[in-house]
Write a protein of this length. Structure first.
Length: 263
């Protein structure tokens, strides 16, 4: 069931869905919808059985725990340097990501069973006047506005690196044999760079967070079509997952939708 909360004279309605897809034996994605915080997250774990799902859950739980610990404290001792140029909530989100990264990395170093595990993570934190987006990896955040779709995150993948360096034509990119190679993820190294973006939500906006099990199986135009045509957010999430499975369901599929509505 979708839920909602007020936001600066408007209302945010949230829904989400996660599915193991058609090819995988279990689901290594992890979906988090707002509870105490106005925070939504999608994580896509890597590392195989008993590793990927551990990493994705660990990442989300670490961020949630950090948000809980810093909910009221204004002078809390933070585990990472506070960037004075950014507002507190942005620093809070970035610190949560970095703490999650360190927890996953340390666990993989201590336990051979978890060696090589990691996870992508995308998050949206709704503040009173803006939406703060953070991400690591190739899970994505889109914005649908005025019947147009825009990807707000940049994939941290080998394929995207080649595209940015203009070493691939569109046809070569489509045939690229290493599309699943991630160059940045939580748990890969002891430290991690977190990409952050601020958005000012407008009435009618829909923000779509997803793992590559959706974006890799359903093209952007089809994502736009479903979101525009299906006004019930729960059914919209179900339809997006259904389309990914109908196109092969090669990976776990997770999607979260946040729509800006009248108060």
């Amino acid at each position: 069931m979708s839920s909602s909360f007020p936001l600066d004279g408007l209302r945010v309605r949230i829904a989400g869905e996660s599915d193991k897809g058609m090819k995988r034996a279990h689901n290594e994605d992890f979906l988090y919808l707002p509870d105490a915080e106005r925070l939504v997250m999608v994580a896509d774990g890597m590392g195989g059985h008993a590793c990927g799902d551990v990493a994705s859950r660990m990442a989300v739980e670490a961020v949630v725990a950090f948000f809980g610990a810093t909910a009221e404290e204004r002078d809390v001792t933070w585990p990472f340097m506070f960037d004075g140029a950014n507002r507190r909530q942005e620093n809070r989100l970035v610190a949560g990501f970095k703490l999650a990264n360190l927890k996953i990395f340390d666990s993989a170093q201590r336990d051979k069973e978890f060696q090589g595990m990691g996870t992508t993570l995308v998050a949206g934190l709704f503040c009173d006047d803006e939406l703060i987006l953070a991400h690591v990896g190739d899970s994505r955040i889109y914005r649908i506005r005025d019947n147009a779709i825009e990807q707000l995150t940049e994939d941290h993948s080998l394929l995207n690196d080649y595209i940015r360096m203009k070493r691939l034509s569109p046809e070569e990119a489509h045939r690229f044999p290493h599309k699943n190679v991630i160059v940045r993820a939580l748990g890969m190294k002891e430290t991690v760079a977190v990409d952050v973006r601020r958005e000012v939500p407008q009435l009618g906006d829909v923000f779509l967070l997803c793992s590559d099990g959706l974006s890799g199986m359903v093209d952007d135009n089809s994502l736009l079509q479903v979101v525009v045509e299906e006004q019930d957010l729960d059914r919209c999430c179900e339809e997006l997952v259904s389309r990914a499975n109908a196109n092969g369901g090669a990976d776990n599929i997770t999607v979260a939708l946040a729509r800006i509505e009248p108060q």
